[in-house]
Design a protein around this ligand. Sequence first.
Ligand code: SF4
Ligand code: SF4
Ligand code: SF4
Length: 345
Amino acid sequence: MNIVVNGKNYEVSKGRKLLTALEEIGIQVPNFCYDSRIIQKDENCGICVVEVDGCKKKACEIDLVEGMVVRTHTDEVVEERREILEEIISEHPLDCLGCEKSGECKLQEYCYEYDVHQTANNCPETLEIDDSNPFYTINPNKCIACGKCVAMCREQQCSNGLQLSEENGRRAVRAKGASKIDYTACMSCGNCVSVCPVGALLPKAKTSYRQWETEVVRTTCSYCGVGCQIDFSVKDNRIVEANPAKMDPNDGLLCVKGKFGYKFVDHPDRLTKPLIRKDGRLEEASWEETIEFLSTKMLDIKNRFGSDAFAGLTSARCTNEDNFIFQKLFRAVIGTNNVDHCARL
Ligand code: SF4
Ligand code: SF4
Ligand code: SF4
């Protein structure tokens, strides 16, 4: 179908909300609470307001209609967005200098874009921080009550561990039905952390960095056969954060291992070079030496004892693709079905 945005014609896919269609054609409209995966939103931040056929509407709520005329940055909608931002930061702590979210925070980004300033810090952090979970911290003082984490936990993770509640005259995130998140059914998946647009939910083991110092590297999670896609933020050749990629098979979700369990990559105990046993001692060797050593020994064993003298053990921590190649090597090259992996050792 066709729509007109800011005076230009665009062809868009049917059956979507206007905000998703605008994102797809690369027109940025601010939003805090919207996520196309959420069925029942808990809050409506209202900042995605646009003009549709002459009337102000929330782009996240509007279904696409053939020929609709949309204006995303009229004076009126820009003014309405500024008012929403002013209201949010009137009760938000002024902590951007030290905040770990700085540089990738939507509130900070939009305040800059819409020229909204907070000049005095009238918002001391009075709400108690919940750091009972081993992997992430909940700081309700920085919550802007967008409700995204609540809906993600309820609808996608099915744990229902979070809620928005009133406290000291503010609406903010809290553990649902318990004083601390660790007393709920929270699975520590971190999907709430991944969707939070501000610094209210942050990984505990976050290395200090700013987003612009990092390079994003997409890879396949090595913990199980699902093959979730992860975007690692890498600074100085070290992983500093993991975020789920919004694509198949995980559609922007991870489990606790994929989200928080990446420190093994840099662990000093990890083998980074091959070892060959010489005179009873394991010694580091080059890859060239190792491959030469292995091929000589393997050919010799195969000639003397046959293919079934071999057994190959690989790891469930490798990707499916690596394991496929490994069994192919054993079946097609070495000629044995003696191949298995660590899940049944
Ligand atoms: S959450 Fe965002 S706006 Fe708030 S202090 Fe942190 S960086 Fe600044
Ligand atoms: S970590 Fe996962 S299960 Fe726990 S509150 Fe967040 S989304 Fe829910
Ligand atoms: S913690 Fe973050 S995602 Fe959850 S309601 Fe607050 S601002 Fe939104």
